[in-house]
Design a protein around this ligand. Structure first.
Ligand code: AKB
Length: 326
């Protein structure tokens, strides 16, 4: 029987880039049987499937989410299911449906089932025209140009509203681009910062879809997982913000990223063929000020660019040796 102390966790979007590694970290921390991984369509990895429970749900269909909340006596949700920026421009109404109606369903179920806590992720996509590009502060103009950004601003405001109006405990961070080697990202603008490592290991060359001088805030997955769990563990009374924490780790241009790879692989070459994602990248900040997260719940990243590059190339090199890089 689940108690308030014994967390029973639901991860939506558990097959995705962050969700898949977050699920494994949560299973390690809270016990595999206490962490339900869910996805909509994509097949889960063998690791995800064999290490604990898995169910298919569609966050935009409230009854499918409610069914697993009841079945597994869920008290905590990490709501990672989302359509990202590039796919969101191709399918804006799907993006609205999944990101907004999906979030509202989860928040409503949080109130109806008196859930203990919900994680509501946001993104650097909340910014657009009028926000400072360098060291963008927590509090500033939020005028995104993408549908993804619109849903992330509205999502932050909606979740804050549920805290104030219904006393629901929800929290979230504004993720920068996340770099990782377990699960590929799908449909984001910052995906180039992952693809470049895969292509470096596979063929020592990469054609990037944004310009060489494009600078964006980025973070290595272990730091993203730590930020997520640390914020969820923070005492509520310490928080003055809830769903809109800036978190930063590093900022670099694609040229600097390629140089970091060349430190280890001098033969690596990178070419540039910018597409529609350049305009999205240009609308986002170069770097962000995360002093609010540092002050309220002790956020501090561990990885910089070269430490991340060393780890990524080692991990992907091992995958290559085992024939796991297609
Ligand atoms: C995207 O590029 O859409 C995401 C994000 C920054 O939220 N990675």
């Amino acid at each position: 029987m689940a108690t308030k102390e014994m967390k029973k966790i639901l991860v939506t979007g558990a097959v995705g880039q962050i969700g898949s590694e977050l699920t494994m970290a949560l299973r390690e921390k809270y016990g595999a049987d206490n962490v339900l991984a869910t996805g909509r369509k994509s097949a889960p990895s063998k690791e995800l499937l064999e290490s604990g429970p898995f169910e298919y749900i569609d966050v935009a269909q409230k009854d499918t989410v409610e069914a697993v909340i009841k079945k597994y006596e869920i008290d905590t949700v990490y709501h990672m299911a989302a359509i990202l920026s590039a796919v969101g421009e191709d399918k804006p109404w799907l993006c609205w449906d999944v990101n907004m109606n999906g979030l509202k369903n989860v928040l409503d179920l949080g109130v109806e089932h008196e859930l203990t806590r919900i994680f509501v992720p946001s993104s650097i996509a909340v910014w657009g025209a009028g926000a400072p590009l360098d060291m963008t502060p927590n509090e500033t103009v939020l005028k995104p140009s993408t549908m993804y950004g619109v849903t992330k601003v509205a999502g932050e405001l909606l979740a804050d509203y549920y805290v104030k109006r219904f006393g629901l405990d929800c929290r979230g961070v504004r993720y920068p681009g996340i770099v990782s080697h377990e699960t590929l990202p799908g449909g984001g603008t910052t995906d180039y910062a992952v693809a470049i490592y895969y292509e470096a290991v596979k063929q020592a060359k990469y054609t990037c879809f944004v310009r060489e001088d494009t600078v964006l805030p980025m973070m290595y997955m272990p730091d993203a997982i730590k930020a997520t769990i640390d914020l969820m563990e923070a005492p509520f009374e310490n928080l003055k913000h809830w769903n809109d924490f800036n978190i930063a780790a590093m900022s670099f241009s694609v040229g600097e990223l390629a140089d970091s790879i060349r430190r280890v692989m001098p033969e690596f070459t990178c070419e540039y063929e910018p597409d529609f994602r350049q305009a999205i990248a240009d609308s986002w900040p170069n770097s962000i000020d995360d002093s609010v997260a540092r002050a309220e719940w002790g956020w501090k990243p561990a990885y910089d660019l070269d430490a991340m590059t060393d780890d990524m190339l080692t991990a992907l090199g091992k995958k290559q040796e085992r024939g796991l890089l297609a």
